[in-house]
Design a protein around this ligand. Structure first.
Ligand code: PLP
Length: 435
């Protein structure tokens, strides 16, 4: 009997993924595939099977065209220009900010600060709010499943302020230890910085309840939404979070653009973190004064075309509807999980009942990097390694995982190709045969 079989059975029993009554997985993929020009590309003389969407998603024609049209018809620098084109570009950029506001249901557009992405958004909060508010002995509480970008900025700011970073431990299924978050919140906790959806495990954290608990303990809450916004509707007012960060490129938008949502009263009290043009009210050699938010946090010429592209991506995604996207991806994850559990020697890492479309796994006897390379030869693009979540790998005692991550254009054919390529790798390594 396969030594892993009991664990796979347990994993199967523990992983009731999928949305009952969800739309058939193929329908949405078939509908949108033609929107993504790159999907017609052949890779290594094979059909491209792109399952690295947690790293970055592909861009629909609408996003590509919005950026192209900006440079062809609307390009100018924003905010300071008196000429027509500058005002036009400013309107497009500020219109994009309003789209992000509506997308997250923020109360006002001034609560949206454009950044390069999630990483920069978290660094902004760490350097501005963190340095101004943290004192020696204060605590920042993160979870054991954070991406490095929600760990390292806090470590850097802890070094400067004497604050202490603590992490909530994980269960074997890749969830937060029950009760641990609440137990670790204390009178010294100033901020809980928590990931909405884990990029390494797929776990969806119960952020609304966590925010309530943290607020009751007197702490602010930052949510890392990098892996959430493309897969489920997010309403920052309903969540009640203080900060919410995301990246455009994981939401079918361009790279180099993302946003930080922050409650206005917090932003209004926060000092600048970068100096330069556009973030000032007055400048003299005696001293300078700051613009109101969000300009105070957007020094220098921003990624204007990226903002316009991000707005197009938001229009694209909301045009399809996030509930429909979630149903499609859940159904496909269920299909993929079932197929994965039929492969002898495959161990799923991350079997929480509530997951988005991320399948992290190890295959007995094959290093994840070797697996990634062999799959690539079949045109199947996955990610292998620690996924910028080294503490997760340490928790599970593994060097890394192979990770397939889903998007709207994936379908059962992609999963079948993935599973066939894994079985091919097992044949190559002489592993995986049922004893
Ligand atoms: N947080 C999570 C959960 C992520 O998955 C990622 C990227 O993979 C990031 C943060 C960082 O995003 P970016 O590199 O776009 O800033």
């Amino acid at each position: 009997m396969n030594a892993l079989a009991p664990r796979l059975d347990a994993a199967r029993a523990e992983a009731p993924v999928g949305t009952p009554g969800g739309a058939p997985a193929v329908s949405l993929a078939a509908q949108v595939a033609a929107d993504f020009p790159i999907l017609t590309r052949r890779v290594r003389d094979k059909r491209l099977v792109y399952l690295d969407n947690a790293a970055t998603t592909h861009k629909p024609e609408a996003v590509i065209e919005a950026e192209r049209a900006f440079y062809r018809e609307s390009n100018a620098n924003i905010h300071r220009g008196v000429h027509w084109l500058s005002q036009h570009a400013t309107d497009l950029y500020e219109g994009a900010r309003e789209r992000v506001q509506r997308f997250l249901n923020a109360a006002r557009s001034e609560e949206i600060v454009f950044t390069r992405g999630t990483t920069e958004a978290i660094n902004l909060v760490a350097w501005s709010w963190g340095r101004a508010n943290l004192k020696p002995g204060d605590e920042i509480l993160v979870t054991g499943m954070e991406h490095h970008s929600n760990i390292v900025p806090w470590q850097l700011v802890c070094e400067q302020t004497g604050a202490v970073l603590k992490a909530v431990p994980l269960t074997d299924r890749g969830e937060l230890e029950p009760g641990a978050f609440e137990a670790m919140l204390g009178p010294r906790t100033r901020l809980a910085a928590i990931v909405h959806v884990s990029n390494a495990l797929g776990t969806v954290n119960p952020v609304a309840a966590m925010i309530e608990r943290a607020h009751a303990a007197g702490a602010l809450v930052l949510v890392d939404g990098a892996q959430a916004v493309a897969h489920q509707a997010v309403d920052v007012q309903a969540l009640g979070c203080d900060f919410y960060a995301f990246s455009g490129h994981k939401l079918y938008g361009p790279t180099g653009i993302g946003a930080l949502y922050a409650r206005h009263e917090l932003l209004a009290a926060m000092p600048p973190w970068q100096g330069g043009g556009d973030m000032i009210r007055t400048v003299s050699f005696e001293g300078s004064t700051w613009a109101d938010p969000p300009a105070r946090f957007e020094a220098g010429t921003p990624n204007i075309a990226g903002g316009v592209g991000l707005a197009a991506a938001i229009d694209y995604v909301t045009g399809i509807g996030l509930p429909r996207i979630a149903a499609h991806e859940h159904a496909l994850l269920e299909y993929a999980t079932e197929a994965a559990l039929r492969i002898p020697g495959l161990r799923l890492i991350g079997t929480a009942p509530g997951k988005t479309g991320i399948l992290s796994f190890m295959v007995e006897g094959i290093h994840p990097h070797d697996l990634g390379t062999i799959l690539d030869a079949e045109g199947v693009a996955i990610r292998a390694g620690h996924h910028c979540a080294m503490p997760v790998m340490t928790r599970f005692g593994i060097p890394g995982t192979a990770r397939a991550s889903l998007a709207i254009y994936n379908d059962e054919r992609d999963i079948d190709a993935l599973m066939a390529a894994i079985r091919g790798a097992q044949r190559m390594f002489g592993t995986g045969a049922r004893p």
